[in-house]
Design a protein around this ligand. Structure first.
Ligand SMILES: [Fe+2]
Length: 284
């Protein structure tokens, strides 16, 4: 069975111009990610960017972000994170879909199913939230949905074990789950960002995945107190998602990895064990 393909990109944290953030250039990183997607996955139907498009939410940053994201050769959907600013964002992306209350929330019908893009941002805090207006919107969408439904949000609605990040997860998780619960049969997966790590699992019978950011990562530190979040410079990545009626497959692609490729099988006539142990690789 063939797959449909889309890309999950998250946490670009672009700043204005060519400014540096934690020693890295987030605009250049986004440029590299876009080039990689176009070159290696130009057959993807679309790209979802699940929030933290910019780091400070200022117009210079959205200008830099828009210049790079518009280089994509396929359509894209943009979401809000805790580092974004809805008003500044709207100056550069005035046609982005909103719900009736003005939140950057939308429904996208795909060849695979219905995709719901949620806005979990709350002004003035890095924590996420999902107010009654947004819950009402979500319920309306689910009431009219058929299998399959895929949900995208910036903040996870559950802790992941990194205490400093768990404190700024989406805070209204029980109310959120109450809306989702009657529709679990048709909700196939939940995608999120915010944590800047590859994380996969299952929340109350809903599978989920999170991708690394583009500029800086959150260190895998399960023992740090809840007052500290350690960053680090693990490689940036984006997700390549393959979907069909039976499966959702999420590949994490470290797109700056320059590791050479070699054949696992030995060249004709050479012993497999000798080839592997001697490791005289045959580069492609
Ligand atoms: Fe982020």
């Amino acid at each position: 069975m063939s797959f449909s393909k889309f890309i999950h990109l998250t946490d670009c944290h672009v700043v204005g111009g060519d400014a540096i953030l934690y020693g890295m250039n987030p605009r250049a990183r986004l440029e590299q990610a876009v080039a990689s997607i176009n070159d290696e996955h130009g057959d993807a139907e679309f790209v979802v960017v699940s929030g933290d498009l910019t780091h400070w939410g200022d117009e210079d940053a959205y200008l830099a972000f828009s210049e790079q994201i518009n280089r994509l050769s396929m359509p894209y959907m943009l979401m809000m994170g805790n580092h974004d600013n809805t008003e500044a964002f709207a100056h550069f992306f005035p046609d982005s879909s909103r719900d009736h209350a003005g939140f950057i929330q939308s429904v996208h019908e795909t060849t695979f199913g219905r995709f719901l893009f949620l806005d979990t941002s709350v002004t003035g805090t890095h924590a996420g939230g999902y107010c009654q207006q947004r819950l009402d919107w979500l319920e309306e969408q689910l009431e009219t949905s058929h299998d399959p439904v895929l949900i995208f949000m910036h903040h996870p609605p559950f802790p992941v074990g990194i205490k400093g990040m768990d404190g700024i997860m989406m805070q209204d998780s029980e109310a959120f789950h109450k809306v989702l619960a009657p529709y679990k049969e048709i909700i196939r997966h939940l995608f999120f960002g915010h944590i800047h790590r590859p994380i996969f699992g299952n929340w109350r019978d809903i599978s989920f995945s999170c991708m690394r950011g583009l500029n800086h990562q959150v260190a895998l530190d399960l023992n740090a107190p809840d007052t500290i979040v350690h960053g680090n410079f693990e490689p940036p990545a984006y997700g390549i998602v393959l979907v069909n009626d039976d499966q959702i497959v999420v590949h994490m692609h470290e797109f700056l990895n320059t590791s050479p490729r070699f054949t696992l099988a030995p060249p004709e006539g050479q012993n497999a064990r000798e080839y592997a142990l001697g490791f005289a690789p045959v580069l492609l």
